[in-house]
Ligand binder design. Sequence first.
Ligand code: C2E
Ligand code: CA
Ligand code: CA
Length: 394
Amino acid sequence: MTAGLNRRRLTAGEVLFQTGDSGQEAYLIESGAIEIFQQRDGSEISIARLGRDDLFGEMALVGDHTRTASARADIPTELLVITHELLSDQMRRAPPVLRHLLRVTMARSRDSLRQLDGGPTRTETPTPEFEHIDRDLAVRRLRTEHNLRDALRDQALELHYQPIVEINSTRIAGFESLIRWRSNDGQLIPPSEFVDVAEDSDLIVEIGHWIIDTAAAALQRMNQLPLPERPFCSINLSPRQFSDPLLFPAIRDALQRYQLVPSQLRLEITESMVLGDMAATQALLHQCRALGCPLLVDDFGTGYSSLSYLHQLPVDAIKLDRSFITEITENARATVIVRALALLATDLGMYTVVEGIESEEQAQICGAQGIRYAQGYHFARPMPLDQALDKLRT
Ligand code: C2E
Ligand code: CA
Ligand code: CA
């Protein structure tokens, strides 16, 4: 049985709680029937008669923990008890905006019930501290989302490009595109401050299309340089974009419009996306294959680190997470793990990119483990397109 879930049996006529009681639980009806009622001027007024699968008693959990009505079993009834801890746990994991809206909605319905009852309309209990935090977070999110929409429209979003080099030759083989937001005062806002907001709203879909177009246009500029080999550019995909029916048409159109070789545009997805929805992932991978765009598993080794899926899915490369690399100069075991993962990748016909290389020593160790590509501040930081083009020229 799940923690926080218990059963409770009531006999016919048994009262579960009464108006004014302190409430710490909500209930789901498994079988039987529950009457929700209020006492008014000495007589009983029925508010609802509930049956199997109906939920009740939840308002006390979200609000100030007093029951606004009474509940009684009409016939023998079995309930699933939802404890306060279980609900708080679910609430904690819900997005802040949703959480805030839920609290406001619940508070409003309590007020309307009180009004019906002839009581005061405003909840008099002081607001707990965590609700303030929720409200601040929710307000900040809503504002960020609003400003982000404007930023997209006003072309205040920028893609920067971080070189990915071949370790042995230190030649630039390609780039990873990374999004930034140019604020009104000219400062660059990093993705950690807005990508999750874009993901929680549908904005990431629209931004995703902009990223595809911008990265593809950048590749066209790179193709105009006299280079021995065409560079590649990878873009980061969010889980939400998987369900965008226009994602692949957009990629196909961009490849055509900017006259790219499909293998130039690479798609980075995270391990949790791969494992999240196997069916959707399979479909995505087949579409990628059909287009000819290579697929990379990003942040490899940070999540489930499940190796088993790798041979089931047509992944082209893994990007070893920075956490391995920071350890590599101090910890011999980290080197062993990196070597084993690189070997595994090679044996499965994939190549490996290491992220977060910050020193020559780290680059050398990785090169010695058979890793082909590296990315990190040691080689270059993410930069605007013009600088990336300059880098390619020299
Ligand atoms: P990520 O995909 O793992 O990107 C690599 C991050 O590591 C980048 O941070 C990059 O600037 C940083 N980095 C590169 N080399 C080094 C190094 O040597 N040392 C250290 N400490 N850091 C290094 P950034 O640009 O702040 O991006 C953070 C995350 O935001 C990305 O992680 C990615 O998850 C997300 N993100 C960035 N751009 C996009 C985008 O266009 N779309 C989506 N969906 N997510 C994006
Ligand atoms: Ca990435
Ligand atoms: Ca990464």
